[in-house]
Design a protein around this ligand. Structure first.
Ligand SMILES: [Zn+2]
Length: 83
Protein backbone atom coordinates (compact mmCIF):
# COMPACT_ATOMS: atom_id res chain seq x y z
CA UNK A 1 0.00 0.00 0.00
CA UNK A 2 1.33 3.43 -0.90
CA UNK A 3 1.06 6.33 1.49
CA UNK A 4 -1.64 7.86 -0.73
CA UNK A 5 -3.76 4.74 -0.26
CA UNK A 6 -3.26 4.87 3.50
CA UNK A 7 -4.40 8.48 3.57
CA UNK A 8 -7.38 7.58 1.36
CA UNK A 9 -8.53 4.78 3.67
CA UNK A 10 -8.11 6.94 6.76
CA UNK A 11 -10.20 9.70 5.17
CA UNK A 12 -12.79 7.12 4.06
CA UNK A 13 -13.01 5.79 7.63
CA UNK A 14 -13.41 9.32 9.03
CA UNK A 15 -16.20 10.11 6.54
CA UNK A 16 -17.99 6.79 7.19
CA UNK A 17 -17.59 7.40 10.92
CA UNK A 18 -19.61 10.61 10.60
CA UNK A 19 -22.74 8.55 9.97
CA UNK A 20 -22.94 6.80 13.37
CA UNK A 21 -21.63 10.02 14.96
CA UNK A 22 -24.58 12.04 13.63
CA UNK A 23 -27.13 9.36 14.59
CA UNK A 24 -25.54 9.05 18.03
CA UNK A 25 -25.66 12.82 18.49
CA UNK A 26 -29.37 12.91 17.59
CA UNK A 27 -30.03 10.19 20.15
CA UNK A 28 -28.23 12.14 22.86
CA UNK A 29 -24.83 10.45 22.90
CA UNK A 30 -21.36 11.85 22.38
CA UNK A 31 -20.59 12.84 18.78
CA UNK A 32 -16.83 12.31 19.18
CA UNK A 33 -17.13 8.88 20.80
CA UNK A 34 -19.40 7.62 18.02
CA UNK A 35 -17.23 9.23 15.37
CA UNK A 36 -14.22 7.37 16.71
CA UNK A 37 -16.14 4.09 17.01
CA UNK A 38 -17.61 4.56 13.56
CA UNK A 39 -14.22 5.24 11.98
CA UNK A 40 -12.51 2.36 13.76
CA UNK A 41 -15.29 -0.26 13.72
CA UNK A 42 -17.89 0.99 11.26
CA UNK A 43 -19.43 -2.48 10.68
CA UNK A 44 -20.15 -2.81 14.40
CA UNK A 45 -20.77 0.81 15.35
CA UNK A 46 -23.33 1.58 12.66
CA UNK A 47 -25.94 -1.12 13.49
CA UNK A 48 -25.25 -0.56 17.18
CA UNK A 49 -26.07 3.16 17.06
CA UNK A 50 -29.15 2.48 14.91
CA UNK A 51 -30.62 -0.05 17.35
CA UNK A 52 -29.48 1.54 20.61
CA UNK A 53 -32.34 3.22 22.42
CA UNK A 54 -32.41 6.97 22.55
CA UNK A 55 -31.24 8.72 25.69
CA UNK A 56 -34.19 11.09 25.41
CA UNK A 57 -37.86 11.04 26.31
CA UNK A 58 -40.64 13.52 25.81
CA UNK A 59 -41.72 15.69 28.71
CA UNK A 60 -45.39 14.82 29.40
CA UNK A 61 -46.18 18.46 30.20
CA UNK A 62 -44.51 20.47 27.45
CA UNK A 63 -43.51 17.73 24.93
CA UNK A 64 -39.93 18.91 24.76
CA UNK A 65 -37.10 16.39 24.36
CA UNK A 66 -35.39 15.82 27.70
CA UNK A 67 -32.90 13.27 29.05
CA UNK A 68 -34.37 9.97 30.19
CA UNK A 69 -32.70 10.32 33.58
CA UNK A 70 -34.05 13.84 34.19
CA UNK A 71 -36.18 14.32 37.29
CA UNK A 72 -37.04 17.94 36.49
CA UNK A 73 -37.86 19.15 32.98
CA UNK A 74 -35.32 21.73 31.86
CA UNK A 75 -37.93 23.53 29.76
CA UNK A 76 -40.98 23.83 31.99
CA UNK A 77 -39.26 23.09 35.34
CA UNK A 78 -41.93 20.57 36.33
CA UNK A 79 -41.03 17.55 38.35
CA UNK A 80 -41.25 14.24 36.54
CA UNK A 81 -42.05 10.96 38.18
CA UNK A 82 -39.30 8.43 37.51
CA UNK A 83 -40.50 5.27 35.85
ZN1 LIG B 1 -41.45 20.08 30.31
Amino acid sequence: MTSEQVVFYILLALVLGLLPAIIGKIKGYSFLVWWFLGAAFFIIAFPLVVFISSDYKKCPFCSEKIKKSATVCRFCQRELSLK
